[in-house]
Design a binder for this molecule. Structure first.
Ligand SMILES: [Zn+2]
Length: 446
């Protein structure tokens, strides 16, 4: 039975609800300029490196790993002692599944890392993204939280790489792009950020300009702060904005939080007006040696007052809030406006995610689960992740059939719902595509 279910899942195209992928031309340029590797180390970029570092990879080996001038034999010698104790993790299985999908090799070691590198370098040609995403990975389209612009990236491939709208910078919180965020955003809108009312207009300009072509809002400030966004009146926020504008360091931590809180709620109301779901990072942190678990453990409970304050907004909790996924499940069951997204989760903890899917489907509405996002900057991580998520989903559904919770006859409908219908119901792909085709010659805003 698991074979049949696995086959149905293999034949169904994913809607991928979370990536950070560069545009293809950016990726090809970075590799051509020697700024991003085109050898086997590309498969280790990002999450797999975190497991190597957690296993003790020295800093100098880490630096050499992505250098364009270090030979592949040295790179492999550097990482081999740390690959061995991690080869069984989700991250490393993802490395091998991606290598297999792109080069046909089943394993990686000192004997074939050169061959894998040559095969990858050959693939890096125009058309690479469509081949890897659509043909090899059977992904219909990706939703991308781009790291190439403060708020919204004018992608060259709007049908394949739908863009999220980052609103943290509009709340004067973090931006992925360096620069003076306040002045950059004000300049783009051709307005002076003279006071809070002017800042509202700047926010509204960005929504009017980009929200019709965005697939969702994205918020990643859980990396910086608690998610206890309290209601703060504009009367209280206005003098804080004035002082912040003159000197951002003039505000105390509490005052800065109050200003961010106020702007967050303003943006959530905009999201409702533009009918955009709000994706929020919750739970585990990327990287090593930085996650403040005491703060992270409050992410999900902190958000309850936000859900209550905005019943018309739709909130998507990312990464199932791992390792607090049971709280995430309780929220999706209880709040009509809360959805759960499994992006990244299948490789952080494949077994916990498989159990989560089973438990979710017997606890909460199946309409509220989004089952796949690779969460990678570089394309090499995505095909393997799509395979691992398919295998995990097949196992979870098979077990539910074996345990007589769902009937065999319901499986194909459930697969379609989890892999495609749910994201199509939550995100307006068609409306956004229409708006892209109407928008011509829109200048790049960074
Ligand atoms: Zn992400």
């Amino acid at each position: 039975m698991i074979q049949e279910i696995a086959e149905l899942i293999r034949a169904t195209a994913w809607v991928d609800t979370h990536e950070h992928l560069w545009d293809e031309s950016t990726r090809l340029r970075l590799s051509a300029e020697g700024k991003f590797p085109s050898d086997f180390s590309a498969f280790f970029f990002g999450y797999p490196t975190s497991d190597l570092l957690s296993a003790g990879l020295p800093a100098e080996c880490h630096q050499r790993l992505f250098s364009p001038v270090v030979d592949v034999a040295t790179k492999w010698r550097d990482i081999e002692p740390y690959y061995k104790p991690t080869w069984h993790t989700g991250y490393m299985r993802n490395v091998r599944a991606s290598i297999h999908a792109l080069t046909g090799e089943d394993e990686i070691d000192g004997s074939n890392c050169g061959r894998i590198s040559e095969a990858l370098a050959k693939l890096l040609q125009p058309g690479h993204y469509r081949q890897v995403l659509r043909t090899i990975s059977n992904i219909e389209y990706c939703q991308v939280a781009s790291l190439e612009a403060h708020v919204f990236h004018e992608t060259e491939s709007p049908d394949l790489l739908c863009q999220d709208f980052h609103f943290d910078p509009l709340c004067l919180e973090k931006s992925f792009v360096p620069g003076d965020v306040m002045m950059d955003l004000a300049q783009a809108a051709s307005r002076e950020p003279s006071d809070l009312s002017a800042w509202y207009e700047i926010i509204e300009w960005h929504f009017a300009r980009f929200a019709p072509r965005a697939i969702a809002l994205k918020h990643a400030s859980a990396y910086q702060r608690r998610l206890d966004y309290e209601p703060v009146s504009s009367e209280a926020a206005a003098p804080l904005f004035d002082r912040y504008r003159r000197d951002p360091s003039a505000l105390s931590d509490e005052e800065r939080k109050a200003l961010h809180d106020h702007l967050f709620h303003f943006c959530v109301r905009q999201a409702v007006d533009y009918n955009l779901p709000i994706k929020m990072h919750t739970g585990y942190h990327a990287g090593v040696f930085g996650m403040p678990l005491r703060r992270v453990q409050h992410n999900l409970s902190d958000l309850c007052p936000v859900f209550q304050l905005h019943p018309d907004a739709r909130f998507v909790l990312f990464h199932m809030g791992f390792p607090y996924q049971h709280e995430a499940m309780a929220l999706a069951k209880h709040y009509p406006n809360v959805f759960i997204d499994l992006s990244w989760a299948w490789i952080i903890s494949p077994s916990a995610t498989g159990r989560f899917v089973k438990e979710f489907l017997v606890s909460a509405p199946a309409t509220k689960l989004l089952c796949f996002g690779g969460d990678y900057w570089n394309l090499e991580g995505v095909p393997g992740h799509a395979v691992i998520a398919r295998q995990g989903l097949a196992r979870s559904l098979s077990e539910l059939v074996q345990e007589a919770w769902i009937d065999n006859s319901e499986v194909s409908g459930m697969i379609r719902q989890l892999m495609r219908d749910n994201p199509y119901a939550l995100f307006d792909y068609q409306g956004r595509s229409r708006n892209w085709s109407l928008a011509t010659a829109i200048p790049q805003v960074s």
